[in-house]
Write a protein that binds this ligand. Sequence first.
Ligand code: ADP
Ligand code: MG
Ligand code: ZN
Length: 473
Amino acid sequence: MGYEVVIGLETHVELSTESKLFCSCGGHGKGSEPNDCVCPACCGMPGMLPVVNRQALELAIKAGFMLNCKINQYTTFDKKSYYYPDLPAAYQTTQWFHPICVEGLVDVEVDGEIRQIGIKQIHVEEDAGKLVHTNDSSLVDYNRTSVPLIEIVTKPDFRSAKEVISYLKALKSKLQFAGISECEEGAMRCDINISVRPEGSDQLGVRTEIKNMSSLTSIEEAINKESVRHIDAIERGTETLTQGTRRWDDVKKRTFPMRDKETAADYRYFPDPNVMPIVIDDEWLNQIRASMPQTADAQVERYVGLGLSAKEANALVAESNIATLLDKVMDRGIDIKTAAGWILTDCLGILKRNNIAVKDLSLDDSKLAWIIKATADGTITRNAGKKVLSAVILDNVDPEKFCGDNNLTAQNDLEAIKAVVAKAIEQNPNAVADYKSGKEKAIGAIFGAAMRELRGTASPDIINKTLLELLNQ
Ligand code: ADP
Ligand code: MG
Ligand code: ZN
């Protein structure tokens, strides 16, 4: 008999807020020392009252828009009680009764086919701290405590590991694109709920939950291994399947039981009396909707409409920082073709030669615009423009000052160019003789000498023209 694998995901991502969920501690939980971004509120001291971070709610709502959810305009925070040393208050503040977003849908592409995955809900909650184990003790670091997260819960709609991987990639790019989360390496953590059932059945099978997975390779392996374990248990009676949480062992390549499944009753969920229910009015919702960035597809379409090729547009949109740079440079009056050329050819070339990832490019749009304009109006040559660009990207120099300091400003002074070219002619009598006897190529030596002398500050065209003029006089 054939079996169908059924998977539902719970994915945690950190929101890109300035401060924690209920206090003003900053730093995203990344202190330079343990426990140096904490305060009495996030350390769970008695009597401290939480203040909800408005930005965290906005980012969660944006996530809801990205995943086509309905936004609950009445939303609450609730206490989930459990004891563990990394949780100083002995409860986590999360959303249980009225999560902020519900009933979404996201398209997932596998082998050219689109499948729709339902989103059950998105809720906001605080992260826990971290335990650091040494040889003879365990230490707690509360820096991460109360950093805002969203948990995105799907319906049990996945049918293969491939669909899950494709979903996670799409999710990451959507969240990054809309500035909701940086989704740093390893920071998107998933709980994978998995069951199997006979093909054609519409009943859900007994599920297990593999906790805290972040690498895509391990996620794929874990799903494939765990589904085989389920099928063996059912077909061959190798073991009895029970609902429970498991952990993936990346060395042994199998899952191990962690604990029996807790039920909601174990957590004693109840409304947090310290946080008032939140009403999201239409005005606020509309403001957030208006601040949503364009989707990637729409952005590609816009660039193509403005004259770029589909290839250029896709290359720009693939990395949000260079697409933003393009928009800003265009806002400074530079046409899209020219701007895209400088970004895709010159900037990316410099990055590649210096082994810098595109996402790490930080280039001030005003500096790039200055270079493009200075090149276009002849203040500097194209060649000098490239040199300045490289110095701006690598050392963030001021382009105008750099040109002055390095004598890169184009010699518009024709007399000066003429003098340099004349000198080059004088110093290369053999080449001149060759040229005059019909070997046109011999001119290259003289041209090169003049170029070197002018150090790329005069355009090759002008040098060439001057040279021919002088030789043919
Ligand atoms: P709980 O409250 O016990 O965590 P949820 O209903 O919130 O249960 O489901 C948690 C996740 O498990 C969701 O992503 C859901 O789609 C998934 N899920 C539920 N039942 C199954 C099942 N039988 N097989 C696979 N995934 C499931
Ligand atoms: Mg759950
Ligand atoms: Zn704090």
